[in-house]
Design a protein around this ligand. Structure first.
Ligand SMILES: [Zn+2]
Ligand SMILES: [Zn+2]
Length: 338
């Protein structure tokens, strides 16, 4: 089968396409014929070396997979050949106390990103798998756990968005941002998109943003206060950049919840603690969501309350796809189609 391989982390050109044997399932895995696989910020970090893969070199990137089951491990129950499935982005044991009470993201065995998706076939562990509802295209299903699931955890469970609240979303044109906007609205909030790309303003409005603020200079906090009539109650920050944090933090309403879900580069933020207690602001972090969030995310898409917004490319064009990932030029989540 055709699969991508990275022998040395680095530039987009470091992702090679090779002919390799099709994987066999271990006892608690299924092998999936990949219909689509996402191109995520974490994949970018795996490729450029910001994160260290927990598997050996060479390795195959890709953790956002949907496809059809073609082989089943000998201890697998609940899945059969021919099932349409999608996976959560990280593995969990399924047996420890946290897994048994539905807190899979705090699995006591530690959670690890899936690998191997940028290929024609991939072996996936069963604990993170769900069947895809009939009315969701597998191409749309691939990224739902990572995009909708993560933002549902961040906004519903951690940010506790209430109807009518202003939810500000950074990196709004990206995969987490576009889906976070829709999740914010599904929870009854107003979606305030912040983007550094003026060229994305019209697309963001068309995608449902109630307001769009272009992050340029340091004074755009005043515009945020104006369009939210006093500042946002919840922030979904999936960029984690100091040039965004400082102006947005300044704009916050009282009792606001500032939720980090991602950081593209490792940079520190400046913070005066006085601003935290003065307005009783919370700064929280949100992980990738539990299985219940994944199931609810599939349901939201199946019911048409959230659309999976993907930007597909052929697996053969994986190098160009990585260049586009580096240039942030995907609208929504880029996906590779084998
Ligand atoms: Zn992802
Ligand atoms: Zn566990």
């Amino acid at each position: 089968m055709k699969a991508t391989r990275v022998y040395e982390q680095g530039a987009p050109e470091n992702v090679k396409i090779e002919d390799v044997p099709q994987p066999e399932p271990t006892s608690m895995q299924v092998v999936v014929k990949v219909a689509a696989v996402g191109l995520c910020g974490h994949d970018q970090s795996d490729r450029n070396g910001l994160t260290r893969p927990h598997v050996g070199i060479p390795f195959t990137i890709g953790h956002e997979v949907a496809g059809t089951v073609v082989a089943v491990g000998d201890k697998v129950t609940g899945f059969a050949i021919g099932d349409r499935v999608a996976t959560k982005q990280q593995t969990h044991c399924g047996e420890c106390t946290n897994c048994r009470i539905g807190r899979e993201i705090q699995c006591e065995q530690g959670r690890k990103f899936n690998y191997g998706g940028w290929a024609e076939y991939v072996a996936l562990p069963v604990p993170g798998l769900l069947k895809v509802p009939e009315n969701i295209d597998l191409k749309d299903a691939a990224t739902i756990a990572c995009t909708v699931g993560t933002t549902l955890n961040a906004l519903r469970n951690v940010g506790q968005v209430m109807p009518g609240e202003n939810v500000l979303i950074t990196g709004a044109g990206g995969g987490l941002g576009l889906h976070g906007m829709q999740v914010a609205k599904a929870l009854g909030g107003r979606a305030i998109a912040v983007t550094s790309s003026p060229s994305k303003v019209d697309q963001l409005r068309a995608a449902g943003a109630d307001e769009v603020v272009v992050a340029q200079g340091k004074d755009y906090w005043e515009e945020i206060v104006k369009v939210t009539d006093g500042g946002p109650q919840v922030v979904l920050d999936n960029v984690g950049h100091p040039d965004l944090f400082s102006p947005i933090f300044r704009s916050l309403a009282r009792n606001a919840r500032y939720v980090f879900t991602g950081q593209v580069y490792r940079q520190k933020i400046d913070l005066y603690p006085a601003f935290l207690f003065g307005k009783e602001t919370q700064i929280r972090g949100a992980g990738p969501g539990n299985m219940a969030d994944f199931a609810d995310s599939l349901q939201l898409v199946s019911e048409g309350k959230v659309n999976s917004i993907i930007d597909p490319m052929a697996l053969d064009d994986v190098v160009e796809a990585n260049r586009r990932l580096d240039a942030s030029s995907f609208f929504g989540r880029g996906v590779l189609i084998p």
